[in-house]
Design a protein around this ligand. Structure first.
Ligand code: FMN
Length: 180
C-alpha cells in the first residue's frame, strides 16, 4: 500500500479534547473553508452554507447548546454547517444534503490537519437553540458544527477496526467477529 501524505494525515489525526486560547489566523480559516467549497455534492448542488462564528458570546451560547463539551467551549472558531435543502434531491428521491454536508465537513477536517490546525465535528447539539443564536431560517437545517483551533490536549489515536472486518472484495462477506 502506498503511504500518501493524505493517508498519513488521516491515520495520525487525533481527536481534540480542548483547544488552546489562541486565535486561528484568518488565512487558515479561509483555506479550510475554501477546501469545503470544493467538496463533492450530489448533482453538484453545493447545498452548504457556512456560518463562521468567532464572536465570544455567540460561541459560548453555541457551546451551551452543544452540552458544554470542553472542545466546543474552548474552540476559537465554530462553523455552523447549514444546508439549503431544496434543489439537491437525487434522481432516486433520496435527500442528499446530509451526505453533502458530511463530505464538506470531512474535507475541512483534513484541510485543517494539513495546515497543522486541529478540528472537531459535533452533531449532538440543540439545533433550535443554535438557529436562534445565529438567526438561521427555519427551513435551513443546521447539519453539524465544526470547531477549529490549536489543541490544548489530544485524545489517543482511536483504534480502527481491522481491514478484513470493514472491506470485502467482489461481494458481501459477513466478518467472523460480527457473528459473535
Ligand atoms: C458525524 C459525526 C458526529 C459527531 N458528533 C460529535 C458530537 O456530537 N460530540 C462530540 O464530542 N464528538 C462528535 N464527533 C466526534 C467523534 O466522536 C470523533 O470522531 C471521535 O472522537 C473519534 O475521533 P475520529 O474518528 O475523528 O478519529 C462526531 C463525529 C462524526 C463523524
Amino acid at each position: 500500500m502506498r503511504l500518501t501524505r493524505l493517508l498519513h494525515l488521516s491515520r495520525n489525526r487525533r481527536p481534540v479534547r480542548r483547544f488552546r486560547d489562541h486565535l486561528v489566523e484568518p488565512e487558515v480559516v479561509e483555506a479550510v473553508l475554501e477546501a469545503a467549497r470544493y467538496a463533492s455534492s450530489a448533482r453538484e448542488a453545493q447545498p452548504w452554507r457556512f456560518v463562521v462564528v468567532q464572536e465570544a458570546l455567540a460561541r459560548h451560547r453555541i457551546a451551551a447548546a452543544a452540552f458544554n463539551h470542553p472542545h466546543v467551549m474552548t474552540a476559537p472558531v465554530v462553523v455552523a454547517c447549514c444546508a439549503r435543502i431544496h434543489s439537491h434531491v437525487s434522481g432516486t428521491g433520496r435527500p442528499s444534503f446530509a451526505m453533502d454536508l458530511a463530505a464538506a465537513t470531512q474535507t475541512m477536517m483534513l484541510a485543517a490537519a494539513d495546515l497543522g490546525v486541529q478540528s472537531s465535528w459535533v452533531y449532538g447539539f440543540r439545533e433550535g437553540n443554535v438557529r436562534e443564536i445565529l438567526g438561521v431560517p427555519e427551513h435551513v437545517p443546521i447539519v453539524a458544527l465544526f470547531c477549529l483551533g490549536y489543541h490544548d490536549g489530544l485524545a489517543e489515536l482511536p483504534e480502527r477496526l481491522p481491514r478484513e472486518e470493514v472491506i470485502a472484495w467482489d461481494r458481501w462477506r459477513t466478518p467472523v467477529r460480527a457473528a459473535e
